[in-house]
Design a protein around this ligand. Structure first.
Ligand code: CA
Length: 259
């Protein structure tokens, strides 16, 4: 990684000067919580070169100050004031901002805990540039879909898609799921996974397909995080027959009655 001197990056546009939240979905306002100046500067530079704007903060407490004006949080776990996981827990109490955790290799327990606390993804340091940009693009695409304003009443009416299996009801567009009439709280990622499977109910979906649609690539690094999310999803839905594992292939959203 090429390190850019810390002193160089304040030349970039300051966050408050941005005139408008950009309409186009390809520009992302990234909040970066990273205490290492070298790493932070390099990330800011690289993101800027790819059209994204980054506000870098050094302390975990600052995340809770600036998250509202951000599209995505890149969260280092080792911060000087608080543990990144505590920051994530506090953030999740108030926001579903997409979060990508930055972690040191071999820190698997933190990764699993992070995903369970609602992180959308994680990247192992040193962060590979192409991978970072791919993750950001994936998050951007999903958010664009999620936040797309209802163009018209007709479009809205035709867009209401609900998938049912037994007493499970998945409203794909409202991003709601009910089990026996009670709404189940899912993280963004858990719902994304469920939506891909429910959208093709009764059909086997391969792991690669799922990884590609939910994470934006079928890269093996996120494979483990898929397992963690699926375990959480199954635990929350409490309908063992709903998400069937097709060994050596993938998963199927099935009819509960048949299982
Ligand atoms: Ca750190």
């Amino acid at each position: 990684m090429v390190y850019i001197r810390y002193e160089e990056w304040p030349k970039r546009p300051e966050w408050p000067e941005w005139p408008e939240r950009p309409k186009e979905v390809d520009r992302v306002q990234v909040l970066l919580a990273e205490d290492d100046d070298g790493v932070a500067a390099a990330l800011v530079e690289v993101l800027y070169d790819h059209g994204h704007i980054t506000r870098r903060v050094r302390y975990g407490r600052d995340v809770l100050t600036y998250h509202r004006s951000s599209d995505l949080l890149l969260l280092d776990l080792g911060l000087p004031d608080t543990d990144g996981l505590d920051v994530l827990r506090a953030l999740r109490a108030v926001s579903d901002l997409p979060v990508v955790v930055l972690t040191a290799r071999g820190d698997e327990r933190s990764v699993v805990r992070g995903l369970r606390l609602g992180a959308d993804d994680y990247l192992v340091k040193p962060v590979r540039l192409a991978e970072l940009l791919a993750r950001i693009d994936a998050v951007t695409r999903r958010n664009a879909t999620r936040n797309a304003p209802a163009a018209s009443a007709a479009a809205l009416a035709s867009a209401v898609r609900t998938v049912r299996a037994g007493d499970v009801e998945v409203e794909l567009d409202a991003r709601r799921v009910r089990v026996a009439g009670a709404e189940v709280e899912l993280t963004t990622k858990e719902f994304d996974i469920l939506a891909v499977l429910a959208g093709r109910a009764g059909t086997a979906v391969s792991r690669e397909q799922l990884l590609d649609e939910v994470w934006g690539d079928a890269h093996h690094a996120v494979s483990r995080s898929l397992d963690v999310h699926l375990t959480q999803l199954r635990a929350k839905l409490r309908r063992p027959g709903l998400l069937t594992t097709i060994r050596g292939f993938g998963y199927r959203f099935g009819n509960l009655d048949e299982d």
